[in-house]
Design a protein around this ligand. Structure first.
Ligand code: 87F
Length: 485
C-alpha cells in the first residue's frame, strides 16, 4: 500500500490515527471510543501480559475473575471517590424488550466488586496477605476526545487488589509493583518513564497515596500517566469492614493496595517510536522481529534463494528469534519493504543473487535504516546483537528526546514560557493544593491546563530557601508539571 499521508512532526493527531490503522493494529469501530485490537496489537498485549503475569506469580499473587456487573448499592457505597467518576459509569437498563427492575453498572474498576468478598474471606491474620489480580476489560464512558489505546471507552488491563496486616507491607508492595511497571515501559517498550508520587489533587481520591510511572510525548509536549500503584490505606477497609483478628486477638483493619496497567501502554510506545514510514516496534514486543524477503533473479532458477530464505527463518526460529519470510509472489520486494516498515518490524533480511553467491544476507534496521551484510555462519549471533542494539537505541533516542524537553524553572514567568514551549517542567513547589488549583486556573486554555504529573522519587537537590515558583512560599519538593493526556 501507499505510505502515510500525514507527517508525525506536522500533524501528530492525523499521523497517529493513520499509523495505527496502516500498521494493522487498530480497526475503527462503529461505536465512538471503541476500537478493534487486531492481532498485530494483541500480540504486544500478550507479551506484556506474559511478563507481568509471571512476575506477580513470583510474588505469590493469584489470578481470579470477578463479575463484569456491579450492583448499584455497592457502587454508591464508595460515594466520595465515585462522585468524580459517576458520569463515566455505564449502566445496563434492559434485557430484550423488558426493563431491568434495577439498572446494573458495568465495572469501571473493581474495588466495589471485590471488597465485600475481601471482608467475607478475611477473618484472622492468617488470611493475610490476600493478593488477587484479574486480567479483564473495564468500561468508562468518557466524552473527551477518544484516541486508540490512549483513551477508549473500553480497554484491557490488569487490576491488582491486595490486603495486608500492616502499612509497612502495603508500602513495600506498592513500590514492588511500580518497579514492574517501569520495566514494562523501559525494558520492553523502550519508553523512558519517571517514577513518582501523584499530588493530593491528582491522586486516586479513594486512596491514601498514588504512585505512578509518568511518560512524556515530545511531539505534543504532554505528559501521560503510564500506570499507577495506589496505597489505599484503610479507607476501603473502613467502608467495606475488611478487618481481622490480629495476633493479640484485637480487631484490626487491613491495609490495602490496588494497581493497574492498560492497553494504553501500546499507544504510548507507538507515539514515542513511530515515524513517517509507520510503526517502529522494539524487538522485545515485536511479534515478528525479523522479516526475510527473497529478491529474485529476473529469469533464472530461484530455488536457491527460496531455500536460503527458508533456512534463514528456520535457523533464527530455532534460536528463539521470531522470524517470518514473505514469499508472496504478487508483490515486489520494494512493496514488501514499505509494507513491513509500516508494520514496524525491527529487522529486515534481504536475500538476493549476490547474497546467495557470497553466502551472506543483507540486514536492514528499521530504527535507523543501517544496512549490514551478515555471513550465514554468524547469522544467529549477529541478528541477536542487532536486535539488542535496536532495543537499546530506541530507548536511548527516546530518553534523549524526553530529556531535551525537560525545563527546570524557578519563577512563574519561566513556568508560563515553558508551558507555551510544550516542555516537561521541573519546578520547586510548596506542595499546597490550592496553589496547584491556581496554576491550573491560570494556565487554562484550549490546549488544556498545566497540572502536576508527579513528584519524582529521584529528587534533585533543593537548596535551603528555594521558593515555590507559583506561590513564593518555601518550596517543599521538585515536581514535574505539564499539560497531559
Ligand atoms: O487505578 C486503579 C488501578 C486498578 C484498580 N483501580 C484503581 C483506581 C481506579 C480509580 N477509578 C478510575 N475511574 C473510575 C471511573 C468510574 C468509577 C470509578 C472509577 C475509579 O475508581
Amino acid at each position: 500500500g501507499l505510505g502515510l499521508s500525514s507527517k508525525k512532526d506536522e500533524n501528530f493527531g492525523e499521523w497517529y490515527s493513520e499509523v495505527v490503522v496502516s500498521g494493522e493494529m487498530i480497526e475503527y469501530y462503529d461505536i465512538s471510543g471503541c476500537y478493534i485490537l487486531r492481532p498485530w496489537a494483541m500480540s504486544i498485549w500478550e507479551i506484556l501480559q506474559a511478563f507481568f503475569d509471571a512476575e506477580i506469580k513470583k510474588m505469590k499473587i493469584k489470578n481470579s475473575y470477578f463479575p463484569l456487573f456491579v450492583s448499584p448499592g455497592v457502587l454508591q457505597k464508595e460515594k466520595d471517590h465515585i462522585e468524580g467518576f459517576a458520569p463515566e459509569v455505564a449502566w445496563v437498563t434492559k434485557s430484550g424488550e423488558s426493563d431491568l427492575e434495577v439498572p446494573i453498572a458495568i465495572r469501571p474498576t473493581s474495588e466495589t466488586v471485590m471488597y465485600p468478598y475481601f471482608s467475607k474471606w478475611i477473618r484472622g491474620h492468617r488470611d493475610l496477605p490476600l493478593r488477587l489480580n484479574q486480567w479483564c476489560n473495564v468500561v468508562r464512558w468518557e466524552f473527551s476526545n477518544p484516541t486508540p489505546f490512549i483513551r477508549s471507552r473500553e480497554f484491557l488491563w490488569q487490576e491488582g487488589h491486595t490486603a495486608f496486616a500492616t502499612k509497612e507491607e502495603a508500602d513495600a508492595d506498592v513500590l514492588e509493583i511500580l518497579e514492574l511497571y517501569r520495566r514494562i515501559y523501559e525494558d520492553f517498550l523502550a519508553v523512558p518513564v519517571s517514577k513518582g508520587k501523584k499530588s493530593e489533587l491528582e491522586k486516586f481520591a479513594g486512596g491514601l497515596y498514588t504512585t505512578t510511572v509518568e511518560a512524556f510525548i515530545p511531539n505534543t509536549g504532554r505528559g501521560i500517566q503510564g500506570a499507577t500503584s495506589h496505597c489505599l490505606g484503610q479507607n476501603f477497609a473502613t467502608m467495606f469492614e475488611i478487618n481481622f483478628e490480629n495476633e493479640k486477638g484485637e480487631k484490626a483493619m487491613v491495609w490495602q493496595n490496588s494497581w493497574g496497567f492498560t492497553t494504553r501502554t501500546i499507544g504510548v510506545m507507538i507515539m514515542v517510536h513511530g515515524d513517517d514510514k509507520g510503526l517502529v516496534l522494539p524487538p522485545k514486543v515485536a511479534a515478528t522481529q525479523v522479516i526475510v524477503i527473497p529478491v529474485l533473479y529476473k529469469d533464472a532458477n530461484n530455488q536457491g534463494i527460496f531455500d536460503a530464505c527458508a533456512a534463514t527463518v528456520k535457523n533464527l526460529n530455532e534460536s528463539g528469534i521470531r522470524a517470518e519470510a514473505d514469499y508472496r509472489d504478487n508483490y515486489s520486494p520494494g512493496w514488501k519493504y514499505s509494507h513491513w516498515e509500516m508494520k514496524g518490524v525491527p529487522l529486515r533480511i534481504e536475500i538476493g543473487p549476490k547474497d546467495l553467491a557470497n553466502n551472506q544476507v543483507r540486514a536492514v534496521r528499521r530504527d535507523n535504516g543501517a544496512k549490514t551484510d551478515i555471513t550465514v555462519a554468524n547469522l544467529v549471533e549477529q541478528v541477536n546483537d542487532v536486535l539488542a542494539s535496536i532495543q537499546q537505541n530506541l530507548f536511548d533516542v527516546a530518553k534523549q528526546k524526553r530529556d531535551a524537553c525537560v525545563q527546570v524553572v524557578k519563577t512563574w514567568d519561566e513556568f508560563a514560557e515553558a508551558v507555551s514551549q510544550k516542555k516537561l517542567i521541573l519546578a520547586p513547589w510548596c506542595d499546597e493544593e490550592d496553589v496547584e488549583k491556581d496554576v491550573k486556573a491560570r494556565t487554562k486554555g484550549e490546549m488544556g491546563a498545566a497540572k502536576t504529573l508527579c513528584s519524582p522519587f529521584d529528587q534533585p537537590e533543593l537548596p535551603e530557601g528555594t521558593l515555590c515558583f507559583a506561590s513564593g512560599k518555601p518550596a517543599k519538593k521538585w515536581t514535574y508539571w505539564g499539560r497531559s493526556y
